[in-house]
Design a protein around this ligand. Structure first.
Ligand code: CA
Ligand code: CA
Length: 189
């Protein structure tokens, strides 16, 4: 009976994907380039949009970047845009950026922010995994367009997944495999 309940909850977690409605926001910073002086914390890019932002400066060594993860969730390709990068602040053309999706070892370039009209306040940039044929990604990386000289990066407020699915924990997979094996034995006996 317990195994049956584990199985039911496992399936329920899998069914809760796109239909959940709510968004998932970045929950941890996996890697990042240096922050310019006066910027409080790389973690200001985490969680829902607020008044805390971080920018990751480009230097002579290369473009600034930040890579984030989403806890127990991964980005998947669903209807329309799948990833939204929220900025808050002033905009300067060299603050344009690229967005990459990947799983650590490799990344695919999802898109480019473009150079929008100068504006202040909150701006969201949407990106679609389907544009580059990516079906899912655990990590999202934002890379400054400007590189090779000192320049602040985009004022990143939050990184949102619109379409997402749970990342099965290894223990859950083992539990499921064990449950199926047990059910198989029961059925044969
Ligand atoms: Ca999509
Ligand atoms: Ca923020």
């Amino acid at each position: 009976m317990i195994i049956g309940r584990v199985l039911v909850s496992f399936i329920a977690i899998f069914l809760w994907t796109v239909e959940a409605g709510a968004s998932v926001f970045a929950q941890s910073v996996e890697s990042f380039s240096a922050l310019p002086p006066g910027i409080a914390s790389e973690e200001d890019v985490l969680f829902a949009p607020d008044t805390l932002i971080a920018d990751f400066a480009s230097t002579a060594a290369g473009p600034g970047f930040v890579t984030v993860a989403f806890g127990s969730w991964k980005a998947i390709d669903g209807p329309g845009n799948d990833v939204i990068v929220h900025l808050f602040g002033d905009w300067d053309p060299p603050e344009s950026f690229f967005v990459d999706a990947g799983d650590g070892a490799t990344f695919e370039r999802l898109g480019y922010s473009g150079i929008p009209d100068y504006s202040k306040g909150a701006i969201g940039f949407g990106f679609d995994l389907a544009d580059v044929g990516v079906s899912e990604a655990r990590l999202i990386r934002i890379v400054n367009e400007a590189g090779g000289f000192d320049h602040e990066g985009p004022d990143i407020n939050a990184i949102e997944l619109v379409n997402y699915a749970p990342i099965p924990e290894p223990s859950t997979i083992l539990l499921l495999a064990g449950s199926l094996a047990f059910l198989g034995v029961q059925r044969r006996s």
